[in-house]
Design a protein around this ligand. Structure first.
Ligand code: TXA
Ligand code: MG
Length: 329
């Protein structure tokens, strides 16, 4: 297994060669690291499901380098898709479109649609360019675990079972892409990301429907609770409830940590450690998965996370925190 800060062309050639052979190459994108496989090679795609221990009805996203490649994977691409692509590609947006009949249903988890995205991380772009075809790439973590935002986090989850890990440093965005389903009559937001809903609606010129409100929307498996979760018991808690909660903790000597973002001051209780996150949503998103992964290795009895604001810019963060904590509010 080769783990490398890949900037030179030998390493890029090696990655392309491995992918052509049906091997798996993890690579950075601006959102999270992806576990890449040749999207046209069923055997390689099967390895992705096996390595991630992912159920086979959970579709993969195909990553492409250029807009012209859309026609290799999708049919009946609506004008809305071109508007969103113009505005946000390359970038942290995945479009769900009707798949071409010949696209393997392994990739799409048996659905008639396909998720596609053009990422903007320079290493991802370089790799996709050099490879020339689509790369299937789910987040490079074990199923239900937190997505990796560094190369070492990929290694921690997948170890030497992945054939190469390209190191592009910490991911700029830090949360997975926004997913919009354009395969039906109305655009549906299947997974919020760090693109603002308002910015997307301005480009579309119409409102986005939310998956929960649309009975005919595509399934986005992975939207169930306890996805993106640390192994440690994790609890999302309103700012105003933190003081009472920590006062009620048993003094069993077991350490608890609270991930706070506001500057509210809380009583300093001995068995509580504090992590102060940035109060800016983009900076918080950038750091949160790395923080949760680090805390998960420290044997805390419990991780408390201060609930974040209800505003639009925090939507994707709220979504992932609810999933990390199995909280339905
Ligand atoms: O930012 C990202 O999207 C990262 C990077 C690597 O690109 N990828 C990623 O992939 O998060 P993954 O497989 O971990 O999550 C993709 C989500 C899953 O919840 C899957 O169910 C949904 O996208 N999805 C993919 N194709 C779909 C489709 N055709 N219809 C509905 N949901 C789909
Ligand atoms: Mg994932």
């Amino acid at each position: 297994m080769l783990m490398t800060m890949t900037t030179n062309s030998d390493e890029m050639d090696k990655a392309v060669h491995l992918l052509r052979e049906g091997k798996l190459v993890a690579f950075p994108t601006e959102t999270v690291y992806g576990l890449g496989a040749d999207a046209s090679n069923d055997e390689a795609v099967r390895k992705v499901f096996t390595l991630k221990e992912r159920p086979d009805n959970h579709p993969l996203i195909v990553h492409i380098a250029r807009l012209e490649q859309l026609q290799d994977w999708a049919v009946d691409v609506p004008p809305e898709a071109m508007k969103l692509a113009d505005a946000f590609w390359p970038g942290p947006l995945t479009l769900v479109l009707k798949k071409k009949p010949e696209v393997s249903s392994l990739l799409t988890g048996g659905q008639a649609t396909i998720g596609i995205r053009i990422p903007r991380h320079p290493l991802a772009q370089g790799l996709l360019d050099a490879f020339g075809d689509g790369l299937a790439a789910p987040s490079a973590n074990k199923f239900t675990h937190i997505s990796p935002t560094t190369a070492s986090a990929v290694y921690e989850d997948l170890g030497t079972a992945v054939d190469m890990i390209m190191d592009g440093g910490p991911c700029e965005v830090g949360l997975e892409s926004t997913i919009i389903d354009l395969s039906g009559d109305e655009p549906v937001l299947l997974r919020p990301g760090m693109l603002s809903q308002q910015a997307i609606e301005e480009v579309l010129g119409k409102p986005l429907h939310l998956a929960a409100d649309v009975s005919t929307a595509s399934r986005a498996p992975g939207s169930h609770l306890l996805h993106y979760a640390p192994k440690t018991k994790t609890h999302l808690i309103a700012t105003g409830d933190i003081t009472n909660y920590i006062q009620s903790l048993q003094s069993d000597g077991l350490p608890v940590v609270c991930v706070a973002y506001s500057d509210t001051s809380f009583p300093q209780v001995k068995q509580v450690d504090w992590v102060n996150m940035p109060a800016d949503a983009a900076a918080y998103a950038h750091d949160i998965y790395r923080t949760l992964r680090a805390l998960d290795t420290e044997h805390y009895k419990e991780i408390l996370i201060e609930a974040v604001p209800e505003t639009d810019e925090w939507t994707a963060i709220r979504d992932r925190l609810q999933k990390a904590t199995g909280s339905s509010t």
